[in-house]
Write a protein that binds this ligand. Structure first.
Ligand SMILES: *Cc1c(COP(=O)(O)O)cnc(C)c1O
Length: 830
């Protein structure tokens, strides 16, 4: 008995579970260790402590969450519902500590227990419930919605397996299943009481009721239950704590019972497995759509649960159905939730007996659609037979919407059959398909693009006919990112410097960063600025060493491209530049050169062969360049494996140069570009997406611009693009391509990169070769600018100082004012 530990539980006056003082936190952490983990300090693993701490932090959010929900139900304030198939929220612990303002107290409480906060933060498995930019945008918006005290709910899918973990073996990407739930998730709250049924398959029956109304009943082939799993999302230093509500699929109990009674135990279990499959795994494709039946079922599943939940809350608020659009707005994050148009109609007409015209008014007023892509291959369409098979009743409703909509178009543009064919919700060329972007546009009162250039192109190209019909529906809301996670949490040293220089307050009004401009020539400030960047680069260098074994010089220029691997993002253009530098050094070993460390990161969709080959090429170049004595450390190339939010925290703040080099007209906005800018990286980029606005804000003298503009890209294409001509007319480009083709970066295997080189020479759909000369020239300017440390530091400061526009707070403010008509609601704690 003598061995039993004496527990360090200080006696404190502060209440259990809500006290924010050091002693109360320390007591509650130890209590949780015992009561929830069933451990005592001497044998607790770091993970036990992580759980005990997380539960203590979660407790502190619960009173806020309850007060927030209560205020929304009691008030007649409108609630913003953000519908997204992806939420890439990242690790929660560190962010929650910052938003609650208890980081320092928790650090002290842990220290008293002999524990290190940073070590516990590092343990957390992140929920990878998204592919990249689109899912991360939804997460940044949740943070801003709570911080701006906007009544809001995020609705999505609780995937059991999120985006795969990426490992690199022999230079190739290997996908490993993401087991984020294996050790339990302390942040989520299962809500078995909040559950809805969702139908699939089967057939419909129609009849006419006593009042002569046409009625339809859907007789589904099977039904799945959606159960709510809530993640509280506290705002920054406010009482508001909104909810991210993700739906988990389960079997409907009655099915089991029926089959079991019939003696078919196996079939009963099969049913359960089929139902659970729905929310099992995230589709790992970033831009192009897979067109898979399960994917459509996932989309309908979460949309139906979310709309049913909104109707439940409407009733709870004591409001009639006619007030639905006054109480709720649903923002569709891309077309993934666009089935909401037909599903809300179905819920109103079939299940609430609302007349079609009234239902249509409600639906349109309630819904708004954000478009995220101009790439034709990424526009979502579903084959008609598949749609009919999975969602027969929804297809009927889409036909009815379409018929009424096309009547409207016929009246406006009589005799214009081509226009009708283009605007129809059904693509009738070849095998028929349902066009989800058209459905979302017709069923929404507002449609927005995500950067000024993107919105303009949207109006001129993919949605041109719609913009002509309803010009007032269209508007731009340039994306943003949250400075809480991407500055305060991931760049604490910069945050301290900012606090001490311009005062606190910048994190909730990022335009205040402008005050930094006054210090851009202050030598003492420049030194401190450089010291922060240097420390961040050292931290990244250490991570690079431990993840890849590669040793990099933290004083070299850190030139970083991290994002999904995609031909339109042109990681291979960056690679060609590295090869060019390598060839120059081989030709002239004494060449004086700005030392650079090139860092790449990003996942390729498992079925995207060319993207995987690009990863292999980068690793091939790294192997050669990093080990060539001629290079002598002047160039280093790193492929940082498994780019996710957690790794992003160390990568963005360490960048000197941000690579935003997509073909003009292809990247809708980009948000990585904004994270780099806030953290003082300079951008080398094309006039694409939000780069245009970044350059406008930063000033052209603080931005390295290159490449064809969107209209020049179109002109080159129209006039006939022959990439091989570009290769033949530039010696350095030709030599770089030949070196790849020779097998130099594939241990002599001349076949490995043949498809990539041939693609560039003979097709080059993203004009890599057309932009090569301009890119190399601008990179030379970068190298030159780096030599003048003072000038570079000044430009770095200017980038941060002028990044205020790119806060997600600004973006959410615009949605509230122009699209949702929603105002903040202050939350009082008793
Ligand atoms: C910001 C972010 C992205 C989006 O990056 P882009 O450069 O805009 O494509 C993708 N993945 C992660 C993990 C991010 O943090």
């Amino acid at each position: 008995m003598d061995d039993l530990p004496t527990l360090k539980t200080p006696a404190v006056a502060e209440p259990a579970r809500s006290g924010l003082g050091v002693a109360a936190l320390q007591r509650d952490i130890v209590d949780n260790l015992i009561c929830l983990q069933g451990r005592y300090p001497e044998i607790a693993t770091p993970h036990d402590w992580y759980m005990a701490l997380s539960f203590a932090v979660r407790d502190r959010m619960m009173a806020r969450r309850v007060a927030t929900t209560h205020a929304y139900v009691a008030s007649d304030a409108k609630v913003a519902c953000y519908l997204s198939a992806e939420f890439l929220i990242g690790p929660q612990l560190g962010n929650n500590l910052i938003n609650l303002g208890i980081e320092s107290n928790v650090r002290d409480a842990l220290q008293a227990l002999g524990l290190d906060l940073d070590a516990l933060v590092a343990i957390e498995e992140e929920p990878g419930l998204g592919n990249g930019g689109l899912g991360r945008l939804a997460a940044c918006y949740l943070d801003s919605l709570s911080t701006l005290e906007i009544p809001a709910i995020g609705y999505g899918i609780r995937y059991e397996f999120g985006i795969f973990d990426q490992e690199i073996k022999d230079g190739w990407q290997v996908e490993v299943t993401d087991k984020w739930l294996q050790k339990g998730n302390p942040w989520e709250i299962l809500r078995p009481d909040v559950a809805f049924y969702v139908n699939f398959g089967g057939r419909t029956e129609s009849w006419t009721d006593e009042q002569g109304r046409y009625c339809v009943r859907w007789i589904p082939a099977y039904t799945v239950k959606g159960v709510a799993v809530d993640t509280p999302t506290p705002g920054f230093r406010v009482n508001t704590c909104n909810t991210l509500r993700l739906w988990k699929s389960e079997a409907v109990e009655s099915f089991d019972l029926q089959d079991f009674n019939a003696g078919d135990y196996y079939e009963a279990v099969h049913e359960k497995v089929r139902s659970e499959t729905l929310s099992k795994v995230l589709y790992p494709n970033d831009e192009p759509e897979a067109g898979k039946r399960l994917r459509l079922a996932q989309q309908y599943f979460f949309v139906s649960c979310s709309l049913q939940d909104m109707l439940r809350l409407l009733a709870l608020k004591g409001e009639p159905i006619s007030r639905f659009a006054d109480m709720f707005t649903a923002q569709l994050n891309d077309t993934h939730p666009s089935i909401a148009v037909a599903e809300l109609m179905r819920l109103l007409i079939d299940e609430r007996n609302v007349e079609w015209d009234d239902a249509w008014t409600i639906t349109r007023n309630a819904l708004a659609y954000t478009n995220h892509t101009l790439l034709p291959e990424a526009l979502e369409t579903w084959s008609l037979p598949l749609f009919q098979d999975v969602l027969p009743r929804l297809l009927e409703i889409i036909y009815e919407i379409n018929s009424r909509f096309l009547d409207e178009v016929r009246q406006r543009f009589p005799g214009d059959h081509a226009r009708l064919a283009r605007m129809s919700l059904i693509d009738e060329h070849g095998a028929k398909r349902v066009r989800m972007a058209n459905l979302a546009t017709v069923g929404s009162h507002a449609v927005n693009g995500v950067a000024a250039l993107h919105t303009r192109l949207l109006e001129q190209t993919v949605l041109h006919d719609f913009a002509e019909l309803w010009p007032e529906k269209f508007r731009n809301v340039t994306n943003g990112v949250t400075p809480r996670r991407f500055m305060m949490l991931s760049n604490p040293k910069l945050s301290v410097l900012l606090d001490e220089t311009i005062g606190e307050g910048w994190a909730t009004d990022l335009t205040k960063l402008r005050k930094l401009e006054a210090y851009a020539d202050d030598p003492a400030f420049l030194d401190r600025w450089r010291a922060v960047k240097q420390a961040n680069k050292q931290a990244l260098a250490a991570r690079i060493k431990s993840e890849t074994g590669i040793v990099v010089d933290p004083t070299a220029l850190f030139d970083i491209q991290v994002k999904r691997i995609h031909e339109y993002k042109r990681q291979h253009l960056n690679a060609l530049y590295i090869i060019t530098l390598y060839l120059r050094l081989r030709r002239d070993p004494n060449l004086s050169m700005t030392p650079r460390c090139f860092v790449f990161g990003g996942k390729a969709a498992p079925g995207y062969w060319m993207a995987k080959l690009i990863i292999r090429l980068i690793n091939g170049i790294a192997e050669v360049v990093n080990n060539d004595p001629t290079v002598n450390g002047r160039l280093k190339v790193v492929f940082f494996p498994d780019f996710n939010i957690k790794n992003a925290h160390t990568i963005y703040p360490a960048a000197d140069l941000s690579e935003q080099i997509s073909t003009a007209g292809k990247e809708a906005s980009g948000t990585g570009n904004m994270k780099f800018m806030m953290n003082g990286a300079l951008t080398i980029g094309t006039l694409d997406g939000a780069n245009v606005e970044i350059r406008e804000e930063a000033g052209e003298e603080n931005f390295f611009l290159f490449g064809l503009t969107e209209s020049e890209v179109e002109r080159v294409r129209r006039e006939g693009y022959h990439p091989d001509n570009y290769a033949n007319s530039n010696d350095e480009l030709r030599e770089a391509l030949d070196l790849v083709a020779s097998g130099h970066f594939s241990r002599g295997d001349a076949n490995m990169f043949r498809p990539l080189v041939d693609n560039l020479r003979w097709s080059d759909p993203f004009l890599v070769l057309a932009d090569y000369v301009s890119y190399v020239a601008r990179q030379e300017d970068v190298s030159h600018a780096w030599q003048d440390t003072k000038r570079w530091t000044r430009m770095s400061i200017m980038n941060t100082a002028r990044s205020g526009k790119f806060s997600s707070d600004r973006a959410i403010g615009e949605y509230c004012e122009h699209i949702w008509n929603i105002r903040p609601v202050k939350i009082a704690l008793e």
